[in-house]
Design a protein around this ligand. Sequence first.
Ligand code: ATP
Ligand code: MG
Length: 774
Amino acid sequence: MSTYLKNLNESQKAAVLHKNGPMIIIAGAGSGKTRVLTYRIAHLMNQKIDPFNILALTFTNKAAREMKNRIAEVVGSSEAKNLWMGTFHSVFARILRSEGHHLGYPSNFTIYDTQDAVRLLSSIIKEMQLDKDKYKPKQVLSRISSFKNSLITVKAYFNDPELIEADKMAHRPKMGEIYHQYVERCFKAGAMDFDDLLLRTNELLTRFPAVLAKYQDRFKYILVDEYQDTNHSQYLIVRALADRFQNICVVGDDSQSIYAFRGANIQNILNFQRDYENVDIFKLEQNYRSTNNIVQAANSVIEKNKTKLDKEVWTENSAGPKVKVMRTYTEAEEGRFVASSIFENKMNLQLKNSDFAILYRTNAQSRAIEDALRKKDIKYKIYGGLSFYQRKEIKDTLAYLRLLINPKDEEALKRVINYPARGIGTTTIDKLSVAANHYKKSIFELLTNLNNYDININGGTKTKLNNFVTMIQHFQIEAQSKNAFEVADLVVKQTRLIRDLESDGTPEGVSKVENVQELLNGIKDFIEEQKQKEEDDSLAFFLEDVALATDFDSEKKDDTPRISLMTIHLAKGLEFPYVYIVGLEENLFPSAMSMNTRSELEEERRLFYVALTRAEQQAYLSYAQTRYRWGKLVDCEPSRFLEEIDDKYLEYLTEKRQEPVQNKYINEDIFGSVPQNKIRFKKPIQRTPIKKAATAKVEFRPPKKLKKITKTKVSNSNLFDNNITVGNIVEHTKFGKGEVLSIEGTGANQKAEIRFASVGVKKLLLQFAKLTII
Ligand code: ATP
Ligand code: MG
């Protein structure tokens, strides 16, 4: 038996050894799905299947690289190199480079990232003189994206009265027209956005049977990881390609489907057996990643979801410590708790930074955590913030490179035509944009022959435009004899981009110069690597690589071990010995925007399941009682997910907090409308029934049936007479909100120690303090 098969249990082995035909591996988190997929590919190659005939689709490019390296260990790197492996976007971008001409695209088409797309939509909305508050470019883009992912073309849109009506109802009657303009402009610019890479692939495979046949023939074996998060467009591509040989192997976990908001369709995995004939189903239920406490805690939450396939996840791993829960007063304190805990664990258990991950629901949460980590001098790395390639100076440099490769690239041109400043104003650019539309030419084409067109631009500006064009053309000529690095180097020098950044003189300016330098180093490395692999080392290929780089791919080469900070969405498929999940608060996690329907809430729950199952040895869950959100300090209540975990797997590091009543929706039937400060002194509030009412039973009831208890203003005399008590949340006119920590003295001498989010702990004489219980 080959050695790699020894590293598999019986069910895993069966899946690896499965012969031909459709198969689905449906299994819980950490049960070895990705390992099986990897070994299966190695096994196929051992069976003399040509790697050119194997297509493997992964969730990130990093995952593809890791898989390739593993496979190389088994079959040798020269063979593994020939596998078709990558994300949907990168694999099909590659195919579109050679086949896009059927659809009228040049092989050097540009890939527009989200920022390019938003900029283009902004100009379209402006040119159409629409109200940009009604037509918010980001929202318009997400609507267009949903059309594309459902294969609704512009024509299909205008043939669908329901869609038109829906946009009218949403006060965006011009949606179809914007969509039309956007598609035209991208096409004219020789550009595809991310969704186009899938949409155009579908178009290619449906409209050109010979092309379809060619790729069906090539991809005799197709394997897809994280199948639960494929969208309709991806689903159709896989179906079309697998149709001939039906050697399709998909791997996924319906409980980890977390991208519905981006069009992922959980039905793809649920319907697999319907879509293909004679499907062999493999279930993997043994978790190898996590301790039993983590596995069971995660199971106890996910079982609350109604939509799911039946599967049991268990482990032979030791019980391990319980999942620890921490309540803090503020988000800053939460950050400090996480940082101290990491520090202690590192010291006590001799761990490395790379053993830790901190996961959150939204990017904004990282700031408080970062502050605390920095104070403790713990090195960290954020994934998914503004990644290296999204920084302005990098995008500007890349825009020059894009433009010389594809002069039709309108967004690249607009980025750099007046950067560094050369006296070409926005009015001129707008005029050019309108004229380009009118003459059905690209802006660059107009610029090469300005006098042939009727555009109202004065002589001085014309000279400036001519100089710009001459410079770009000069780069194009140089690019024919120079390699990618030399061209880039020439560009940053001759455009005076570096000099512009240097002249700024601030530390930020210096770091920007370093970043551009780092980009050049990156291009150098790229050329070396590609040469070694005997792969394409052209500038065009570099640009494609960058355009499709996910957050993990833009990691700088750096040997310092760092803690990983990322959103839960990005953590999919990864594992870390110690995981901190922060911000477990209602309205944050689950997110306020996902509580309207059962299916949204179930997706949030799956997200929590994904988060918890990243942990190998220990998970920490934390929540703050107050948090700044949208510039305001808000009270938070613990997430329902904490309640949903079976208590026997939890250890509370702080007392479970008795819920303050304020800011909470309470069922009137239970409490009537007694003012809240009166309730406080009655029997302790039965937290569980309220919570249950707010979650399990009333979960999907519209909020109007629930009454929000309003703030009760209490006068000062009232306060020191009777009402204020430890645990109250109060509002001070100057310090804002705070929690009463202790009370001492009586009558006029009564003082309270109050911890304010803004200024920390203060002792105040109640007689004078202007406090309101809230
Ligand atoms: P996820 O659902 O998070 O994507 P997964 O099902 O893809 O998880 P893997 O990442 O493949 O799971 O495996 C989880 C961990 O368990 C990995 O560290 C892997 O190396 C290990 N593992 C998987 N199968 C075995 C096995 N048979 N023996 C020992 N370790 C295993
Ligand atoms: Mg996996």
